[in-house]
Design a protein. Structure first.
Length: 342
């Protein structure tokens, strides 16, 4: 991808937090058209009215339905694949549904892009895909493998498929900051699963920048990760309260939920060995070895045992003040603060 100006881009899951932020960014950058593909007609109607932009084209469908995916991709140059089941509890209770959307649906997106000659597809993944312990992370890990397998098995395809992997996107739908905001407004204690848990933090804009970096720089099968900072969940809670003018909030620990980890990992040690430093980002190239199994048996990598995971425990840890500054810069949080001052 050389320029967004004049291009047509399709976004799966286009009415979600990431999709709607990306759509506005693409329009601001001069996209000729943006195809919004999702299964929620109410959110599409809200987005259509809110943005009132003729360059937005809305398509009802589901990534599980290959024909509806193809319909949305006709005429597109690039695809952002954001559609997914993302909530850990729902995927734990319905893992078959996570597979149908996150794995099979992603395969439909990649096949449609290849069939229609889309130039580039960027698939959005999560730190939960590394050493996964829950169904959401497992299904996202398989999504990554699906994207990489396509790149490995179709070296002459005109479609470049790559993956971006990131941590918690602040104030996205289902994230914990809106919960803290609601509890503070209602003068209730802040509920934490375990305060010493660490998590990577990114703003929606940073997630958009990461995906755009992949579009401009990806080779087939590449994985991109932003060098994100991290903090404990307790720091995040206290920072949110501080931004809202509460210096010493009541905090209640409710215990670790099923499927949660104490820390998340953005790159495994096997990946850090292969990663190249691109400033704000790491790039992990595709292992493009063929199905010659003797290669895997006879050729190992002694460097992997010397490497470390890039996880939220070893990443730069933000203080309460640093985290508060990050939260205060979020447009959503600025609206909350403005309402409190009225």
């Amino acid at each position: 991808m050389t320029s967004i100006t004049g291009a047509t881009i399709a976004i799966t899951g286009g009415t979600g937090s990431f999709g709607s932020t990306m759509a506005r960014h693409l329009l601001d950058q001069g996209a000729e058209a943006v195809h919004i593909f999702s299964r929620d007609e109410a959110k599409q109607d809200d987005m259509r009215s809110r943005l009132d932009e003729p360059r937005l084209k809305f398509f009802i469908g589901d990534v599980r339905d290959a024909e509806s995916v193809e319909n949305a991709f006709v005429g597109a140059d690039y695809v952002f694949h954001a559609a997914a089941l993302k909530q850990v509890p729902s995927c734990e209770f319905f893992p078959d549904q996570a597979v149908k959307t996150n794995v099979d649906g992603s395969a439909n997106v990649i096949r449609a892009a290849h069939k229609l000659g889309i130039r580039s597809v960027v698939c959005l993944s999560t730190d939960k895909a590394v050493y996964p312990v829950n169904a959401m992370g497992m299904s996202k890990a398989l999504m990554e493998k699906t994207a990489q397998a396509f790149a490995r098995n179709h070296p002459r395809s005109s479609t470049t498929v790559s993956v971006t992997r990131y941590g918690n996107v602040m104030y996205s739908r289902g994230s914990v900051i809106p919960l803290f905001v609601r509890q503070i407004r209602e003068r209730k204690p802040l509920t934490l699963t375990e305060g010493s848990m660490t998590r990577f933090l990114m703003s929606l804009q940073e997630s958009v920048d990461l995906v755009e970096h992949a579009f401009f720089n990806a080779e087939p099968g590449d994985l991109f990760v932003k060098k994100a900072a991290a903090c404990t969940v307790e720091t995040l809670a206290r920072a949110t309260a501080k931004v809202m003018g509460v210096d010493d909030p009541d905090i209640v620990s409710i215990g670790i939920r099923h499927g949660e980890k104490m820390y998340e990992t953005l790159l495994s040690r096997e990946e850090t060995v292969k990663a190249t430093d691109q400033g704000e980002y790491f790039r992990v190239p595709l292992d493009a070895r063929s199905l010659q199994y003797s290669i895997y048996v006879d050729e190992g990598d002694s460097e992997a045992r010397k490497a470390e995971d890039f996880d939220s425990n070893i990443a730069d840890q933000m203080t309460i003040d640093q985290t508060a500054d990050l939260i205060a810069a979020l447009p959503e949080m600025q609206k909350v603060v403005a309402e409190l001052r009225r």
